[in-house]
Design a protein around this ligand. Sequence first.
Ligand SMILES: C[S@@+](CC[C@H](N)C(=O)[O-])C[C@H]1O[C@@H](n2cnc3c(N)ncnc32)[C@H](O)[C@@H]1O
Length: 213
Amino acid sequence: MVGETFDNPFFARLWTVLSAHESRAMRELRRANLLDLSGRVLEVGAGTGSNFAFYPESVTEVVALEPETRLAPLATAAAAAAPVPVTLIESTIEAMPATEPFDAVVCSLVLCSVADPDAVLRQLNAVLKPGGQLRYFEHIAVPGWRGGLQRLADATIWPRFTGNCHTHRETERSIAGAGFVIDTARREAMLPTWVPLPAQEVALGRASKSVGE
Ligand SMILES: C[S@@+](CC[C@H](N)C(=O)[O-])C[C@H]1O[C@@H](n2cnc3c(N)ncnc32)[C@H](O)[C@@H]1O
């Protein structure tokens, strides 16, 4: 199934290489983000399908969206080898076809790239069942000189080469603003914090759809 797609050849090549050389620590963060999930799950922006191997068997179906035309076939191949059924849809979240509600939504390294994270998070809240959960593993805005580096990177070349990634986003504030209650959250570094790259810190957390949403 094909919806709205992107074609960023440089980013697709870059992400294919990076995702094929992930550290054990990075894979452990992916596993931690998916731990104890169950039922029907929506994964937004699956990339090459790096998360698929880590879904627990209690997950009955993953509907995975990937809009990059050069990444979607790699995600489809990863889906075939996954321990749980994964259906790949070549589409942005914004253009996702209407669907039954989900038990959980997974976002990993994707809320930095969508055009309007607040609107996307409201959409994700709406597709969750009451009490459904958002699992996130996302770049976050940091304070101090590294925050300044993030702002500079976001305003110049970083988004152009990284599929619109913006590193200085207050993603957890957006999550709370979209009607989620953050149940657990922690910060991790994907690289040592002295490395002068804007994207080494991530937030990993679980947030529930508020009662009454
Ligand atoms: C940095 S990659 C991360 C891929 C994957 N989530 C992972 O953890 O390896 C960001 C992904 O988000 C996808 N993406 C960007 N904008 C999107 C949107 N509006 N809807 C869905 N996916 C999007 C990109 O195509 C890309 O695959």
